[in-house]
Design a protein around this ligand. Sequence first.
Ligand SMILES: [Zn+2]
Length: 59
Amino acid sequence: MVCPRCHDKDIGRIGVRRYYCSNCCCEFKEKPDAVILYRLLEDGKYQQVRAIDKKATCE
Ligand SMILES: [Zn+2]
């Protein structure tokens, strides 16, 4: 598993199918068909940035 945004391998697991990338400060959730990318806002809420189709990233 690598960060879908910056492709960094140094990611931490924070929950079931939930990961955090300390390189670009993004959280992402793994789904069967896609990876959902979140951005942490200043008020502590998460905003969905985009969904990345796994088929497109799986090479
Ligand atoms: Zn990243």
